[in-house]
Design a protein around this ligand. Structure first.
Ligand code: GDP
Ligand code: IMO
Ligand code: MG
Length: 425
């Protein structure tokens, strides 16, 4: 048996999609367990770029069973659009299963996401406005609509009518927004229900049996540690649990069934949306990284904020997700950037701390402490073994390994399936 949880170790967009696709060539099952179409996972296969938001990145491998677990929030229109997009490219989705317990993103969730962001004004979170937060709010409040409800017309109609009464009060009276129509939602979503019904099932026994049969199972994380609702830079976080523990709840598997947890990070740091970012660069170097790394959001197209690699964050990810090894993607982006900096700790008052602060008010008192390393020049995207990398690139990776207390298992030097260097233990 081999079950692996793959998570983002920073603020998302670390290249999880690419690594999932690579591992999925061996895995028989790939599972998404949290988040929704706030995620944007890019996979490049033979020059074709796929941008996946809801479907597990394993879908590009015809033999892989792809499960969308109970912890995911599903916008049915987006899900169907993605299924159609795959089919139009000749990719089969016959191996897709969606858990009946997964919650449905409704039009009023999307509306409320936008309205609450406007209401926050300067204090906005910078959400993707895909209705993620309001959908998880309804789940926690116990008024949500699940995939099972969606495909059962009588229950669906009753739940939509009940919800719309309250949501319209909030939309109109609290925010002064435009009300939604229950009739229109029921008509529109009934069509989605018919199209999605064949995929909806209780996925938990399927997953359990696959694990017991010794199949290779991969849990594809979305977002990243610092966007975790509990462990991230609250309130500038998403509404689910991207840390490895989230995979257990979001897919209905117990922790004793997980063998390994792998973290994915970039060779530098990026963040989309608002919130603190200790190593953020506001200068030409930040611009150069953004340009060279094409750091623009897969989901919203927003420019990603860029900064130096932060070993404090990685150490925090290692601890909170129990990571046994990490992938460092986009090392190629740092070629020709000049001397590089790694944040080794935070200076807080007179002391140096190496634990990521629990609260933003404490984080605000911190300034990063840097160690400078020599850079390297030239294109490294064709390199296929660790030893062939420029010495300074090797030093950079080895220093990350030392500082984060975890093995660097793979290094990404390009977006392609083959542009990765596996480092033997
Ligand atoms: P995810 O959300 O973690 O799956 O990451 P995204 O797909 O949102 O963003 C990562 C971006 O970096 C994508 O455009 C990938 O194609 C690209 N990428 C991944 N690994 C590498 C790498 O090693 N080098 C380069 N240059 N690009 C990479
Ligand atoms: P992947 O899976 C990067 C960020 C948003 C915002 C915050 C809350 O591609 O790594 P939300 O819409 O979730 O309520 O927004 O979380 N965010 C992401 N940032 N990558 C993602 O996913 C993200 N998903 C959400 O930008 O700051
Ligand atoms: Mg992404």
């Amino acid at each position: 048996m081999s079950t692996t949880v793959l998570i983002g170790a920073q603020w998302g967009d670390e290249g999880k999609g690419k690594i999932t696709d690579i591992l999925a060539q061996k895995a028989q099952v790939v599972v998404r367990s949290q988040g929704g179409n706030n995620a944007g996972h890019t996979v490049e296969v033979d020059g074709t770029v796929y941008k996946l938001h809801l479907l597990p990145s394993g879908i590009l491998n015809p033999q892989t069973l792809c499960i969308v677990g109970n912890g995911v929030v599903i916008d049915p229109k987006v899900m169907l659009g993605e299924i159609e997009q795959m089919q139009s490219k000749g990719i089969s989705v016959k191996n897709l299963k969606i858990d009946a317990r997964a919650h449905v993103i409704m039009p009023y969730h999307i509306e409320l996401d936008g309205l609450s962001e406007s209401f926050r004004g300067k204090g906005e979170i910078g959400t993707t406005k895909r209705g993620i937060g309001p959908c998880y709010m309804d789940k926690a409040e116990r008024s949500g609509i699940r995939m099972w409800d969606l495909i059962n017309p009588v229950t669906f109609e009753q739940k939509v009518r009940e919800n719309v009464i309250l949501k319209n009060k909030i939309i109109e009276l609290v925010y002064g927004g435009k009300p939604v129509s229950a009739d229109e939602i029921i008509t529109e979503y009934s069509e989605y229900a018919k199209a999605l019904a064949p995929y909806v099932t209780d996925t938990t026994p399927i997953l359990y049996n696959a694990i017991k049969e010794g199949k290779e199972v991969l849990f594809e994380g979305a977002q990243g540690t610092l966007l975790d609702l509990d462990l991230g830079t609250y309130p500038y976080v998403t509404s689910s649990h991207p840390v490895s523990g989230g995979a257990c709840i979001g897919a209905g598997v117990g922790p004793t069934l997980i063998d390994d947890c792998i973290g994915v990070a970039k060779a530098y740091t990026t963040r989309v949306g608002k919130g603190p970012f200790p190593t953020e660069l506001f200068d030409k170097t930040g611009d150069a990284i953004r340009k060279k790394g094409n750091e623009f959001g897969t989901t919203t197209g927003r420019p990603r904020r860029c900064g130096w690699f932060d070993a404090v964050i990685l150490g925090y990810s290692v601890r909170t997700s129990g990571l046994t090894k990490i992938v460092i993607n986009k090392l190629d982006t740092l070629s020709d950037i000049g001397p590089l900096k790694i944040c080794t700790g935070y200076k807080k008052g007179g002391e140096i701390i190496t634990e990521f602060p629990a609260d933003l008010s404490e984080l605000a008192l911190c300034t990063p402490v840097y160690e400078e390393l020599e850079g390297w020049s030239g294109d490294i995207s064709g390199v296929r073994s660790f030893n062939e990398l420029p010495q300074n690139a090797k030093n950079y990776i080895k220093r990350i390994e030392e500082l984060c207390g975890v093995r660097v298992w793979m290094v990404g030097i390009g977006p392609g399936r083959d542009q990765n260097i596996l480092i033997e233990a």
